[in-house]
Write a protein that binds this ligand. Sequence first.
Ligand code: COA
Ligand code: AMP
Length: 633
Amino acid sequence: MNYQSVYDLSINNPEAFWGEAAKAIHWYKPPTKILDDSRPPFYRWFADGELNTCYNVLDRHVEDGRGNQLALIYDSPVTDTIKTFTYSQLLDAVAKFAGALRNQGVQKGDRVIIYMPMVPEALMAMFACARIGAIHSVVFGGFAARELATRINDAKPVVIVSASCGIEGKKIVKYKPLLDEAINLSDHKPKKCIILQRPQETATLQPGRDVAWEEAMANAQPVECVPVKATDPLYILYTSGTTGIPKGVVRDNGGHAVAIKWSMKHIYNMQPGEVYWSASDVGWVVGHSYIVYGPLLHGCTTVVYEGKPVGTPDPGAFWRVISQHKVSVLFTAPTAFRAIKKEDPNGEYMKKYDLSHFRTLFLAGERCDPDTLLWAQDKLKVPVIDHWWQTETGWAIAANCLGIENLPIKPGSPTKPVPGYDVRCLDENGQDISSDDIGSIVIKLPMPPGCLPTLWNKDDHYKSSYLSTYSGYYLTGDAGYKDKDGYLWIMSRIDDIINVAGHRLSTGGMEEVLASHPDVAECAVIGAADQLKGEIPLGMVVLKAGVNRPDQEILNELVALVRDKIGPVAAFKVVTIVKRLPKTRSGKILRGTMKKIADGKDYKMPATIDDPTTLEEITEALEKLGYHHTQTS
Ligand code: COA
Ligand code: AMP
């Protein structure tokens, strides 16, 4: 196959292209209408088709003779556990848990929030929802109770599935008190909570509301798959927007199944029966697409890894898992490799393991610095593929599609647009930018199957956030360029989103929290470059006149406040007090210039600055924190 011809077909005749791809999915009612474009800018794929995603990930493989093949390998160095499930065993557990959800009152179309660590039961709960046509919304464990409460209020779940605890390295993180607090904070109350009691921590259950997982299972009968419309939502996944209010990205059943299944072969070059490992978390989109759904839609084995790249127990953790479970493809974030490289710069731990089954490393979640890519390639001696995507799309927008054609790699670029995505780079007037000039990266509508059809219950917000800047285009929020060979270069965000250790966070959300502190008059949070995590949030606050408490006391409170309101995942640890913030004459805080100073980059004095001496003050404050600015022009 040749990349260009496949890509051209996908853009010139998307209906033929995706109509063909849809044949790889089992449909109760095959779609006759491939693309419904009658209501732009809302496009729907496979609108009259009916399917069940759970049937496509489990039942059909058992019926096709894969019943005894491993579907899931749970590898948990933090609990010293390895547990496997064949397709038949996983199907039995899922069908039963689907019955348990029904017993607790969950019906087709109802929402179920899943707030769980990396355990097989998290996947069982997700598949069980899909089986009965309920909509799951998984919330990442590193978020605080308030973030969970926001999602409870928006998704209005009938049931929440959670666990007594997660295990972070050597720490036990109690989930149940966070869940209880979140339910207290939220206006909407779930009818029931199903709690997985883990041996490391027994949670107190609230009589009448909470049911133990074991008990729910013991009283349940297995249930069959329910046909749903292709356009019915499979899940809602909340992601950071430009404010503290997260966006509920909706994923439909039909488009998702077709696109993710197609990607397993054409992007990752996987064959059914092989082992695929995505070292992410079920709480992120990478986890949804490539821990939970992708490998099983394709008849592969997935690895659920409850551990870290380093420290569980050492920087050889990934190589141990690859070798022990004969992993063909690993997908993780560059930050994980930076962590490994820091502790094992010469790759000594790799040499201890037989990596002969390992074919390819895929990286995504943040910009991949060429050093990390080249280090991984040099040490592992396999192709290292950077690919670019986001929660909203659900699968890669740009990649080197190994199942189509292995294109030459340019370190720092995620290669070319994936078939289905018409990616453009526009200037502020909406004109195509010629090579190498940075512009706003957009996708021409309609986007391919699998991408978000809308935001949960917020069609208007979907339009205003993504579709209103350039008519006919989806705004990715990323800035970059397309070079003369058609390679994409994703350089930065155009909004206040930052990427900390592959986790997407909103600095606007952190500013809202800082501003709520009684001593803070105004504040700014920027993403400062960090060698390990890519970026880390850096806060600057101006105190209200008359506050005369010790600075350190206030700073400690600010760090604790962000941790308490957003969660440990925000990694908010650096904050300083400044006299003033640099602003334009119209009062806009010059965050971009402050970021350049923190990153030691050259910057131009903004023509609109109100008072240039504020930048000197900021430079001084940042130097005290160890950020050395070298040059100004
Ligand atoms: N539940 C509860 N707390 C969590 C959590 C979870 N699921 N995940 C992270 N946290 C906590 C951590 O314990 C840490 O808390 P601390 O401040 O008390 O130490 C904090 O959130 C920050 O976590 P993290 O950013 O992961 O930093 P780390 O120092 O623990 O680990 C890396 C650094 C690079 C090893 C780690 O970030 C990593 O493996 N990243 C891979 C990224 C990834 O998988 N991204 C997904 C998209 S592909
Ligand atoms: P998330 O929605 O959490 O997956 O984060 C998506 C954002 O992460 C994108 O919009 C980019 O800003 C960034 N990102 C993800 N993958 C890459 C990549 N390969 N190169 C550059 N940026 C990336």
